[in-house]
Design a protein. Structure first.
Length: 115
């Protein structure tokens, strides 16, 4: 059992490292490409029309959302919401399995299909 727990921890840690690697790769790509676009924008019109800011802004929004997913920051559901919800649903299933099951038809229960 102890070996299983250690293996499970190792797998979770490895998945986390993979998430971090992907995020930092995306962030690095963003910084390099935006720097190149800024240079092109400067050399073509000396920032009179700073079009690269549109690209940086929208792509940056995507990076911010990705950072929230990677680091567990969620404005809508809060930190670790998914994990808590999974545990809650698993506990509900355990409680249902513990209850004795009785077969009752809808007609006997006095309920229609839309209730």
């Amino acid at each position: 059992m102890e070996n299983f727990k250690n293996e499970n921890k190792y797998i979770r840690a490895k998945e986390r490292v993979e998430q971090l690697k992907k995020f930092y790769g995306k962030l690095g790509t963003y910084l390099v490409i935006i720097a190149m676009l800024a240079a092109i924008n400067y050399y073509t019109n000396e920032f009179r029309n700073a079009w690269f800011l549109w690209v940086a802004g929208f792509w940056g929004l995507g990076i911010i959302i990705d950072a929230g997913k990677t680091f567990g920051i969620s404005l809508l559901f809060g930190r670790n919401w998914e994990e808590r919800k999974i545990r809650e649903l698993m506990n509900e299933d355990d409680k249902k399995e513990d209850r004795p099951r009785t077969e009752v038809s809808r007609k006997e229960a006095g309920k229609n299909w839309w209730e």
